[in-house]
Design a protein around this ligand. Structure first.
Ligand SMILES: [Zn+2]
Ligand SMILES: [Zn+2]
Length: 120
């Protein structure tokens, strides 16, 4: 896994860890894993149930860039219900209608939207 960006507040290196928490409505011992990124210097932190989601969020990959066609800032991420294939997600520009293909994971759709040819 690539590196985590430093703390946005103080610039210190951050640490990623997880803990298992009891699910309040479940049998004793049935736990859910919570991943956490924490800055040991200033206490900034962020949590998610999925390691890769947390990583993406911390590094700013969940932010959606402008539409590559029309440059509009307005865009949305939509769940798409398919009778055969279940729920999919895609990102679509409200202004020009440009859309990514369908992804089973909303985070993948965001990363795809942001990763464009010739960028950066
Ligand atoms: Zn910090
Ligand atoms: Zn557009």
């Amino acid at each position: 896994m690539p590196e985590l960006k430093p703390c946005p507040f103080c610039g210190h290196e951050v640490q990623m860890s997880y803990r298992d928490v009891q699910i309040y409505w479940a049998e004793p011992g049935q736990v859910a894993r919570v991943w956490e990124i924490k800055c040991p210097e200033c206490g900034a932190h962020m949590e998610d149930h999925y390691e890769h989601h947390l990583y993406d969020k911390w590094n700013g990959l969940t932010r959606l860039d402008r539409c590559p066609i029309c440059g509009d800032y307005i865009r949305r991420i939509e769940p798409y219900e398919d009778y055969d294939e279940g729920t999919y997600y895609y990102v679509e520009c409200r202004k020009c209608g440009l859309s990514t293909r369908k992804f089973s994971d909303s985070m993948e759709a965001r990363v795809f939207w942001n990763a464009r040819h010739g960028r950066g």
